[in-house]
Design a protein around this ligand. Sequence first.
Ligand code: 5GP
Ligand code: ZN
Length: 135
Amino acid sequence: MEDNCIFCKIANGEIPSATVYEDETFRAILDLSPAAKGHTLILPKAHAANLFELPDETAAKALMLAKKLGAVLKEGLHADGLNVVQNNGEAAGQTVLHFHMHLIPRYSGDTVNVGWKPGHLTDEDRDEVLKLFQK
Ligand code: 5GP
Ligand code: ZN
C-alpha cells in the first residue's frame, strides 16, 4: 500500500465503497462520478501507479476480470456496448495515480464521450513508429 493513495485505501477496504466484486488480487467498485449507469472500476489491491508498473500476471488477470464483469454489466443493464478504458499519466487523463480499468456500459445514441478526433497517418510518422519496433 502507498501512503495517501485513495485507491489503495478503497481496494484494501479501509475506505468503504460500492463493491461489485472482490478476490485476493482485485476489488471492483462503482465509480462515484459515473459516465453511465454501471460505470465500474477494477482496482488491484497492490499499488501500481499505472500499466507500466503493473506485474504482467496482474495485467493479464485484469483483462480477464474486465471480460467477466463487463459481460454481467452489459447483459444485466441491457447495454448495446461497453468501453474498457485505462488511462496512464495525467496527459492521458489519469487523475488517480493507482492503476485502474474503467468499464463503461454504452447505449446506441448515448452522449458518453471517450473518443478522439481522427487524424491522418503521415508517411513520416508511420516510418518513425515502425522503426521503434524493428530489432
Ligand atoms: P481516471 O481519470 O484516473 O482514469 O479515473 C479516475 C476515476 O475515479 C474517475 O472516473 C472518478 O470519478 C473516480 N473516482 C475518483 N475518486 C473516487 C472515489 O473516491 N471513489 C470512487 N468510487 N470513484 C472515484
Ligand atoms: Zn495505490
